[in-house]
Design a protein around this ligand. Structure first.
Ligand SMILES: C[S@@+](CC[C@H](N)C(=O)[O-])C[C@H]1O[C@@H](n2cnc3c(N)ncnc32)[C@H](O)[C@@H]1O
Length: 339
């Protein structure tokens, strides 16, 4: 039989079955994290009744939840007693240095917004106004900044060793959020001082985190709107991390132009974010991330790394490079040097 005569492969419905219930899995993780199940099991195995009594839950449903957590690989079951699997002990127990529970809480807070995806696609309006978590609601703002901090600590493990800032003295961290990268970069490169431009409500929480890290001498938080704040001059490095996904292409171009203008000759522009390939559809995580940002910011979306490189080239930046961070970090880093 020639190739043209072969029957076409029947389409496979597996992804449809899988994705139509994928939110079950998300909700098991989010709920177990919210109920602090993993913290409760941090000191050893417990029975369903012990977990239910300790966390004030209904025993029968607790048993079903614990078994689902076990099926997903977060718990281990042995003789009707449950304990944390290594992945939960490392990332889901709050005393662990690699704890990710606050990042997961932030996803949890967006579960309702995703439930209104249809409304946002119809109206073009975000389901959650960005001001809510960028200053207006103090509790949500704090939760957002702490989640950004936890996420940045994870990403920084890959990003910071990629950047050689030896000999650089001034870093401008635009929309620097919790200031985590500024803290870690100034720690790694003695002599480097950082200025973080942030919205006032976020900057207030960031000041606390920077102070707790003992870095207030070398990292200064400046209240400001990065669309209008003076970027100054004589900078050796400008970092723009995780903020292009909230901005239009036009706004990103303007930010790059102002970053280029404030850099010294030889200065480095670092743009780190979730980016798609050309065309905007792959990786799928990045395309989904664009929806997540659409749901949570007026101009939220996702850009292609090739576009960012073009915008940098248009502003006269040279030696352009794009580097992916290793999995599971979905970020890519675009670097450019001012001639
Ligand atoms: C996703 S967070 C990234 C934070 C940090 N750069 C990082 O990568 O961890 C985006 C940050 O941009 C800040 N931001 C958004 N709009 C801003 C504006 N107009 N002026 C200053 N900061 C802004 C937010 O407050 C938030 O901290």
């Amino acid at each position: 039989m020639s190739d043209t005569q072969k029957p076409a492969m029947a389409p496979d419905p597996t992804p449809i079955v899988r994705l139509s219930t994928a939110f079950w899995e998300s909700q098991v993780l989010l709920t177990a994290n919210r109920l602090r199940v993993f913290d409760f099991l941090a000191d050893g195995a417990k029975s369903v009744d012990e977990v239910a009594a300790g966390l004030q839950l209904a025993p029968r449903s607790t048993g079903l939840l614990l078994r689902a957590c076990t099926g997903l690989g977060f718990l281990l079951e042995n003789g009707q007693r449950f304990e944390n699997a290594p992945v939960a002990a490392t990332f889901l127990v709050s005393r662990s240095p690699a704890f990710m529970g606050n990042v997961i809480r932030y996803s949890d807070q967006l579960y309702g917004a995703w439930g209104n995806l249809e409304g946002a696609v119809r109206s073009g309006q975000p389901a959650v106004p960005a001001q809510t978590y960028l200053g207006d609601d103090p509790a949500r703002t704090r939760a957002f900044v702490v989640a950004m901090h936890e996420r940045a600590l994870g990403i920084a493990r890959a990003l910071v060793p990629m950047l050689d800032l030896s000999g650089r003295r001034t870093l401008l961290d635009v929309g620097g959020g919790p200031g985590t990268y500024s803290v870690l970069l100034t720690e790694r490169f003695p002599g480097l001082r950082a200025e973080v431009i942030e919205l006032p409500g976020v900057a207030a929480v960031a000041r606390e985190l920077v102070s707790t890290a003992g870095a207030s001498e070398r990292v200064v938080l400046r209240d400001g709107d990065y669309h209008s704040a003076d970027f100054g001059s004589g900078k050796d490095v400008v970092l723009m991390s995780g903020m292009f996904h909230r901005e239009t292409a036009q706004a990103c171009r303007a930010l790059i132009a102002r970053a280029a203008a404030c850099l010294n000759p030889g200065g480095l522009l670092v743009v780190s974010d979730v980016f798609t390939d050309e065309g905007g559809c792959q990786p799928a995580f990045a395309a989904l991330f664009g929806l997540n940002m659409m749901l949570t910011a007026a101009d939220g979306g996702v850009h292609a790394d090739a576009d960012v490189m073009q915008w940098m080239a248009d502003c006269g930046m040279r030696e352009l490079r794009c580097m992916p961070l290793p999995p599971p970090m979905p970020h890519r880093v675009v670097l450019g040097v001012k001639p």
